[in-house]
Design a protein around this ligand. Sequence first.
Ligand code: PRP
Length: 181
Amino acid sequence: MIDELHPDLARVLVSEVTIQQHVQVLAQQISTDYAGVDRLYLVGVLKGAFIFLADLARQLTVPHIVDFMAVSSYGQAGAVSGAVRLMMDLREPIRGQHVLIVEDIVDSGHTLRYLYNTLQGRQPASLKTCALVRKQQGQTTFSVDYLGFEIPDVWVVGYGLDYADRHRTLPYIAELKPQAF
Ligand code: PRP
């Protein structure tokens, strides 16, 4: 662990220890709720969710498989248009399966709503959503089934979150200095 913050970063917003505690709580809730299910189909949303999904999945006590989707938003996250485009689809049909979409962050909610509607149309046995972080002023009306915690409406990086693909693999979530973007 490097003690000094990168010069782009203003402060650590959520420590590695706190993140891991939330991941553990979420994994326990999900494991309890899906106990008895044959197989849970985890859908990670690339790129941001790959770290959270890796930690979450390894703490689940229910049988599960991991798959990924990739989407791209037109404009920045939170863009008014809300237009989302599918860039990479799942490897398998999900009809009749129990599916959990795993996101790193919910801001406008456009991404999660698009994925939910897309996958719901494929007739899964059940479909729920899990996100580690939600922005407090994100103004999303999308209700997440499993939510880790909320953060203020600042630009954050780390634990899967990036700025121009940088700082994604930090073990904590940090606030980016305004002059860094
Ligand atoms: C981020 C994040 C979510 C989405 C949330 O992805 O990983 O998928 O934005 O924003 P929304 O709730 O406003 O839709 P991003 O588009 O930055 O792509 P990335 O995960 O590849 O970095």
